[in-house]
Design a protein around this ligand. Sequence first.
Ligand code: AMP
Ligand code: MG
Length: 503
Amino acid sequence: MNAPLTRSPLSSLESLCLGSRYGRLPGAFHTRLPPSPLPSPHLVAFSEEAAALIGLDPQEATRPEFVEVFAGNRLLAGAEPLAAVYGGHQFGSWSGRLGDGRAHLLGDIDTPQGRLDLQLKGAGPTPYSRFADGRAVLRSSLREFLCSEAMAALGVPTTRALCVIGSPLPVQREQTETAAVLTRIAPSFVRFGTFEYFADKEDVASLRTLADHVIDQFRPQLRDTVRPFESLLADVAQRTGELIAHWQAVGFMHGVMNTDNMSILGLTLDYGPFAFMDAFDAGRICNHSDTYGRYAFRAQPRIANWNLYVLADALGPLIGHPDLTRTLVDAAFQPAFDAQFSLLMRRRLGLVQAHPGDEDFVGATLGLLQLQRVDYTNFFRTLCELPGTVEREQRAVRDAALRDLFADREACDAWLIGWRARLAREGSVDARRQPAMRAANPRYVLRNWMAESAIRRAREGDFGEVHALLDCLRRPFDERPEHARFAAPPPDWASALTVSCSS
Ligand code: AMP
Ligand code: MG
C-alpha cells in the first residue's frame, strides 16, 4: 500500500497566525504602532517561492484581502506591529539612533524551517523616521523585491520578499514618485547596529538580553559552548565572511554597507543602490552618493571586516577586552571568506579539486577580466560551453564565443591555455564539468538596466516586465529562450543610469 501523501496543507490568509517574539522583548527594543493606511492599494508583484516559505497558498494573492493585509490596511491574526530600534555607523561614522523609520515588524510565523519574521517596508512613519516620511517608492521597492528573490535563486543568503503593493499616493523624492509597500521575510532583521545601539547607551542588560535572544532563537547550538557570547561573535564573523564571498564570486555590490544594514544572521539585507557587475571593474562604485568609494566592489571584504570590528566592540562588555573580541573576528572572518571564495570560484571555473596555486589563478583571471573589461557574468557562462581539450588549429573556431568577449583575443587564448592545463591536472571530463559549470554560472543576473526598464513600465501600470523578470531570475541558471533579452549586455542608455541612496 502506498504511504499517504504527507503534504502540509497550504494556509489561507485567515489561518496565518502570528506570534510576537520580538515584541516580547522589553520596551527599550521597540515601539508598538500600527502601519499607516495606504490609499487605493493594488498588487504589483508576488513571489510564489517566498509564499511557500510561510506555507501561504499562492491563490491567496488574487484576493482583495491579500492586498489590504500587505498594504498595511488590515492586520493578520496575532499581529502586534512594531518598529525596532537600532543604531549604526554610516559611511564610517557613528550615527546614533536610527531604527525602523519605515518598517513595521508584523510578527513571526511558525514554519518547518523555524519561525520567520514578516515585515512591511514603507508602511508609514514611526518614532524612528526622523525627518523622513516613512514611505518607500515603487522604484526602490521593486528593486529590493526582484533582487531579494534573484539572490535567493542564486544561492546567496538573503532576506526574502513576498510582494509589492502599489498605490497612487504621491511621495516626494528628487522627483514626485508613488508609494509602495514591500513585505519582507527573514528569520530576523536584527542588525549589527541593534547591538551598537545598546552598547552606545552602556545598557549592558539590554545588550545581554539581545545576545541571548539571538542565541536562543537562531543559534541554540551556541548555548552549549563554553562562552556563548564569544561563540556568537565568531559565528557572525564566519557567516559574514561566507556571505561576502558569495557577493564577490557572483559580482554583487551592496552599495551601502553601513553597520545598520548588516544582518546578525549573515543575510544580504536592505537592498538600495546595489548592482551586479557588468564589464568587470573591481573598483566599481555602484552608489552615486558614495563619493570616495568606501563601498566599491573590491572594498567589500575589508568593509565587512571593519563592520565586524564595530560589532566586536559593541559586544565588548559581554566578552571582555576589545583586543580579545577583535581577535575572535580575525580568527573567523578571513578564513571563512577565503575558503568560501575559493570554493565558489573553483566552481565557476569548473574545478572540483583544490590545488596549490588556485588562488593565483583566480587572481590572474580577475586581473585579465579587469584589463579587458569583459562582462563578468557572460565570461563564466560562455566558458561553460568550451571544450576542455582542443587541437591548436581548432581553437579559433571552438573558442570563438569566449574570444569574442575580448578586445585582445590573444590574451584570451593565453588564459585558456592555463585554464585547460589546470583542468587536465584533475583529469576533468567535459560531460561532468559542463553541467556542473552551468549550475554555478548564472545566465541571468539582475542588471540595473533590466530593473530600470521593468520599473519604467510598472510606473505606467504595466507590470508584465516585472513578472517576466521575476520568472527569469527565479531560475537564473536555466537557458530560457523566451528570456534571451535579459542575457544581453547592458544597452547604451544604461551607461547613464545612476542609483543613489534615495529610496
Ligand atoms: P537606509 O539607508 O535605507 O538603510 O536607511 C537608513 C535609516 O534611515 C534607517 O533608520 C531607515 O529606517 C531610515 N529611513 C530611510 N528612508 C526613510 C524614509 N523614507 N522614512 C523614514 N525613515 C527612513
Ligand atoms: Mg537600512
